[in-house]
Design a protein around this ligand. Structure first.
Ligand SMILES: NC(=O)NCCC(=O)O
Ligand SMILES: [Zn+2]
Ligand SMILES: [Zn+2]
Length: 569
């Protein structure tokens, strides 16, 4: 059991309790002596004290309750510490490069020391982590909170989605800004507004949905002034977000010139459109039509095309939500040839197969509709193997949740089912159980795949993704001997369904510390809207190192004179 309240926090609670008792007594006494000389003034004074004592927060969880939201039974009582000094004692501290038994001392949101036997004063909150892993909080590279998509909006916003993330051990996420009518700056303003209610740190990628001089200039502003270092190109969603090869080429060149990472949703959108028409003509209108209309070959084709175009421009490429063996093998081939390609599987693709989408119950089947689709059994295992051998580099979620009422927009036509599934709360547990418990990866690999590699790729390491002196205090305490179970009843998402319903496994995130505060502690969530920070991500991550040398070599090879003999007349 984890010790949680500091002496300071306890005495604050006692003081609060005392204040309430005194003020309450004063109200009673003054009402009894109403006829006395001081009556009206005393009534006024004591009533003010009494009201103040009622509305003075005991802990931040009161603000959480004021927001009209509660998670768990005791979220509105005295819960986690708000101390700015925390000592995590006796755990196994795991970084991507090593693990060691050590204490971790935190002050004002920053890790101050990581070493054995740290001594602290009485005002420090002490968390005993003996027998447990102390790891960097998860970083989810791929989310869509409050996303306007397919005529509706994903139900988890920057508060509920982040609260769910924290309950599952994730302390930062990177969301995709969607431009407004192609305008990046209008899109960014809209997302800054959505993110005002954040209760944990976040960053932004930016989607590119049209091309002109203004967009090109706005990309520069995003990178140089707004802390965005990655741009996503949707090769699918014809008639909505989809771009063509010409735009992709322009975008790749611009990304390279800015040191920004190009990302692709790789599916052949024209062929998907054809596939959808074919299914409807055949009378296949249910959710299974979604999977049948966009088979793995279309994901493989688009992945190969994006890789070749990025190779042609010589700029790094990040392939989001790799769902099939077809796409994964294209990435493997490119990496083997020396090309800088990052592959991101998502937790739904790693642990689920397509059986759900064939369920006879529409609500059940529709909840699995996402793009690219969750594939037939076999792809999941291949993606796990690719992750464990370094072909794929990090795990995201693509958390983009629509409830069963929204999914029912497509009851007669699978093309109208909003695409997206959950995962932000479940990723850390499912990756542990699937990959570490099965012996496919080590604990240090787990940290790399769920946190460190994301921080490196998006150029915020070691501020994020590490337990080192000077890093942000985003930390989880993970009990490998405990267990988890996923249910819609107990999850923190606003959705009324969960694609991982009923999954159980070993390991449990017992404590989540974000920004140096204990926000999740043994089933109690203690979050404050507006407390999360936007994390600026600078350009030119490690993926760009040496690109200029390769370019220079290529250019000089072009300048070698070609000797031709004069043609006979
Ligand atoms: N993946 C999905 O189905 N929905 C979210 C948008 C996207 O990433 O394509
Ligand atoms: Zn996508
Ligand atoms: Zn996505």
């Amino acid at each position: 059991m984890i010790e949680c309240q500091t002496k300071g926090a306890r005495s604050l609670s006692y003081l609060h309790f005392f204040l309430r008792v005194v003020a309450g007594a004063a109200v009673v006494k003054s009402s009894r002596s109403m006829a006395s000389r001081l009556g009206p003034r005393l009534i006024y004074l004591s009533s003010v004290i009494f009201l103040l004592s009622i509305f003075t927060p005991i802990s931040e969880s009161n603000q959480f309750c004021d927001a009209g939201i509660s998670y768990g039974d005791s979220a509105c009582g005295i819960s986690s510490s708000s101390s700015s000094k925390i000592l995590i004692k006796g755990g196994t501290v795991v970084n991507a490069h090593q693990q060691e038994i050590a204490d971790v001392y935190i002050e004002d949101g920053i890790i101050v020391a990581v070493k054995p036997s740290i001594k602290v004063s009485d005002d420090v909150t002490v968390l005993d982590a003996t027998g447990k892993f102390v790891m960097p909080g998860g970083i989810d590279p791929h989310t869509h909170l409050g996303m306007e998509f397919m005529g509706t909006q994903s139900v988890d916003d920057f508060f509920s989605g982040q609260a769910a993330a924290l309950a599952g051990g994730t302390t930062m996420h990177i969301d995709f800004v969607i431009p407004v009518n192609g305008s990046l700056s209008a899109g960014l303003e809209a997302y800054k507004d959505k993110a005002k209610k954040s209760c944990m740190d976040y960053g932004f990628h930016m989607a590119i949905t049209k091309w002109d001089e203004i967009v090109s200039r706005e990309m520069e502003i995003m990178v140089k002034e707004q802390g965005i270092n990655s741009f996503k190109f949707f090769m699918a969603y014809k008639g909505a977000l989809m771009i063509n090869d010409e735009l992709l080429l322009e975008g790749l060149k611009k990304c390279k010139s800015l040191g920004a990472l190009a990302m692709v949703h790789a599916e052949n959108g024209d062929a998907v459109f054809e596939g959808q028409k074919k299914m409807i003509e055949l009378g296949i209108t249910g959710p299974e039509g979604h999977a049948l209309s966009r088979p793995p070959v279309l994901e493989g084709e688009a992945t190969a095309r994006a890789i070749r175009l990025a190779g042609f421009v010589n700029t790094p490429l990040y392939v989001v939500h790799v769902m099939s063996t077809d796409a994964m093998e294209e990435i493997a081939r490119a990496r083997k040839s020396g090309q800088r390609v990052i592959g991101e599987p998502v937790v739904s693709g790693l642990v689920l197969d397509d059986s759900g989408i064939w369920d006879p119950d529409f609500t059940t089947a529709a909840k699995y509709v996402m793009s690219p689709p969750i594939r037939a059994s076999g792809h999941d295992k291949a993606l796990q193997a690719a992750l464990s051998t370094g072909i794929l580099q990090l795990v995201g979620t693509d958390h983009c949740v629509f409830n069963s009422t929204q999914k029912a927009f497509g009851i007669d036509d699978f093309r109208k089912i909003p695409n997206g599934v959950n995962g932000i709360e479940e990723r850390m547990h499912l990756v542990w159980d699937t990959m570490v418990e099965s012996g496919q990866i080590s604990v240090t690999d787990y940290v790399r795949l769920t946190s460190t590699e994301c921080a490196r790729i998006f150029n915020i390491y070691p501020r994020k993704g590490a337990i080192l002196a000077g890093s942000d205090a985003d930390i989880i305490i993970f009990n490998p001997s405990s267990s988890f179970e996923i249910t819609t009843r107990s999850h923190h998402s606003r959705s009324d369904t969960n694609v991982f319903e009923g999954k159980r496994g070993k390991g449990k995130v017992e404590v989540t510390i974000a920004g140096g505060r204990v926000l999740w502690n043994n089933g109690e969530l203690n979050v404050v809207p507006g407390s999360g920070k936007f994390i600026k991500m600078p350009p030119y991550s490690y993926l760009f190192g040496g690109i200029d040398k390769a370019d220079a070599k290529y250019l000089s090879s072009l300048q070698a004179p070609v000797k031709r003999s004069k043609a006979a007349t």
